[in-house]
Design a protein around this ligand. Sequence first.
Ligand SMILES: [Zn+2]
Length: 139
Amino acid sequence: MKKLIFKNIPQLIALVKRYESITQEEIDNADITGIETYHGRLNPLANALTGFGKMTTCTLCIAILGEDAIKEDDASSLDCSKCVYHELQPNAYKYSCIEVAKETYDAIDKSSEVDLLKAYRNRAKAIRKAFKEYDINFD
Ligand SMILES: [Zn+2]
């Protein structure tokens, strides 16, 4: 087991569990009022449900950068070197999360209420697999 020391490991575990436990009913009843697309590519539904797709709402980003450090639309404040995903993408200092099992990230990004549940489950599975050699306990 490889050891990991990142401040946002608890948030990663919580996120995986959220992806695994979210229900179709929650998806169907999500309130996307006021959620604007972000550079034309934010899934308002996934953002409303899990903070997905935006550093100002991402629990992993907030945990390492602090809410005050994250400025709307300002990727220059983004520093992924402190993020647990960086372990898997050591060359990506911005958006290293997107590069981990990218196809499952993109699937959530593109999902509608019809396929979002499956996309979340697939992403959870892929994240577990990506970290399987590390001492992160998702159970
Ligand atoms: Zn993030």
